[in-house]
Design a protein around this ligand. Structure first.
Ligand SMILES: Cc1cc2nc3c(=O)[nH]c(=O)nc-3n(C[C@H](O)[C@H](O)[C@H](O)COP(=O)(O)O)c2cc1C
Length: 195
């Protein structure tokens, strides 16, 4: 196995970070590399929001947990459970050295067809993967969080984003303060049909 395969296979999700800040030059390299991802029709539909100040984190946390509270109440969760989950979530947001919100430019589609929308979402996901790999290349840990999908409008309003920027995911990034746990890998013979 060459070094590049080894590099790709050793990227893991990291969920605990040292408080050390990530230098701006490192973040710029990571983001620039993310934008080299392939995209349908080369439309490059990804948009990023760099959330690092405590003010911006508070706004993001409020938007996410406000929606979380509404959803949990609608599901009939107990108040104590809701408060506990919100406290943990706010702590995770405030402790993440960098949060990068990944959005899709909803205007960047060629035709108003559902397939084109899917291609846009797929393209944005590739930029997300490229961001994770670029972070790995910089010796940083990172984790993909799907939560923004559940609070798209709330995030747009709280961070005053253009209405065409649809939040897709967010990434917590920083220097790892944990070893990723063992993970089970599906063997090729289970996931491949050769004809
Ligand atoms: C689309 C997507 C959504 C994810 N959402 C979350 C999430 O909300 N919270 C989380 O802790 N990890 C999330 N992850 C990370 C996965 O849990 C992780 O990639 C998976 O367990 C495999 O582990 P690995 O990344 O270390 O290889 C997400 C990953 C993807 C690709």
């Amino acid at each position: 196995m060459n070094d590049y395969h080894h590099f790709l296979r050793t990227r893991r999700s990291i969920r605990r970070f040292k408080p050390d800040p990530v230098p701006a030059s490192v973040m710029e390299r990571i983001l620039t590399t993310a934008t080299f991802a392939p995209s349908a029709h080369n439309l490059q539909p990804w948009r990023f929001v760099h959330v690092e100040s405590s003010g911006a984190k508070k706004k993001l946390g409020k938007a996410l947990t406000g929606k979380m509270r509404m959803d949990m109440e609608a599901e009939g969760a107990e108040q104590a459970q809701i408060e506990k989950r919100i406290d943990i979530s706010i702590r995770r947001i405030s402790e993440a050295p960098v949060i990068m919100l990944l959005c899709r430019n909803e205007r960047a589609i060629r035709k108003k067809e559902s397939e084109e929308t899917i291609m846009g979402i797929q393209s944005v996901a590739l930029a997300g993967l490229q961001l994770l790999l670029a972070a790995h290349a910089e010796g940083l840990g990172a984790n993909w969080i799907c939560w923004p999908l559940y609070a798209q409008q709330e995030i747009q309003n709280a961070l005053e984003l253009p209405k065409t920027w649809g939040p897709q995911a967010m990434f917590f990034l920083g220097y790892a303060d944990e070893e990723a746990s063992e993970k089970e890998q599906e063997p090729l013979d289970k996931i491949l049909v050769s004809l």
